[in-house]
Ligand binder design. Structure first.
Ligand code: G3H
Length: 255
């Protein structure tokens, strides 16, 4: 069954933990580049892990993306979850509605009968709009909850793929290409060494808030994401990876 297949990868998981310096790694069978059911299994594994760590009254911040949408699809009520709060990790990043953090946040909260707060910020956002939005009392209140989240769950993407999907301007796309950005997570683009190349100007969790969370879970699979996953963990703020067999094997093999 599902759990048995997961435990069959314990050796790979140990390798991943050592290589990426993680507290915990979970590997599901297959390659999510090729099959949607693998992405759903990533979602299932993430929900199972969340269930094992989530305590009553905690706050869970989530990002957008198709992998996070699979997490929301797979979540079911579990004890204590109804006493928790779900929030989007950051404001708009240019994703279509079904892949937005707000949408995923509401779905997760509703399914577990938990609470939620949303961020209503337009994207892309100008410097002036940004400054006035963060001064709004209603936004400020939500931002405080977000930045104090106990658990952060997010996707990781290939930098150029994500910039194009979010219809980044020519100028930004060029910045990402020229800077050799490899990965993207919550609107930050990182190079191979984990250095920030570009950051989408929006409100919400900042990289430096991550150290406050008890648990920062990356959910990302597919052979095509191996380099991105490696790059993301170089900046050293995440501590849990939920991935698939193909990405894991590629990560261990090295580049
Ligand atoms: O932030 C990372 C991206 O949102 C990943 O998106 O799960 O659709 O590949 P994805």
């Amino acid at each position: 069954d599902f759990m048995k297949e997961i435990s069959g990868f314990s050796l790979i998981e140990q390798h991943l933990k050592d290589k990426l310096q993680l507290d915990h790694a979970i590997v599901v069978p297959g390659n999510s580049d090729d099959h949607d059911w693998v992405k759903q299994d990533l979602g299932k594994a993430c929900v199972q892990y969340l269930k094992s760590i989530l305590k009553q009254k905690q706050t869970v911040a989530v990002t957008g993306g198709t992998t996070m949408a699979a997490v929301a699809e797979m979540i079911k009520p579990f004890p204590g979850a109804n006493k928790c709060m779900f929030v989007p990790a950051r404001g708009g990043l240019g994703e279509r509605v079904e892949n937005q953090a707000n949408t995923i946040c509401v779905e997760m909260a509703k399914k577990v009968h938990g609470e939620y707060r949303l961020l209503y910020v337009p994207d892309p956002i100008s410097e002036e709009a940004y400054q006035s939005i963060i001064g709004e009392p209603s936004i400020k209140e939500v931002l405080e909850i977000i930045r104090d989240a106990n658990i952060v769950i997010h996707g990781v993407g290939d930098a150029v793929t994500m910039a194009k999907r979010r219809k980044a301007s020519h100028h930004i796309l060029q910045k990402i290409i020229d800077g050799h950005a490899v990965s993207e997570a919550f609107g930050y683009y990182f190079n191979e060494e984990g250095k920030v190349i570009h950051k989408v100007r929006t409100v919400g969790i900042q990289l430096e808030d991550l150290y406050k969370a008890n648990c920062v879970i990356a959910v990302a699979g597919g052979k095509s994401k191996a380099k991105a996953i490696n790059s993301y963990f170089k900046q050293g703020k995440g501590n849990v990876l939920i991935t698939d067999e193909s990405a894991a094997k590629e990560l261990i093999r090295g580049f």
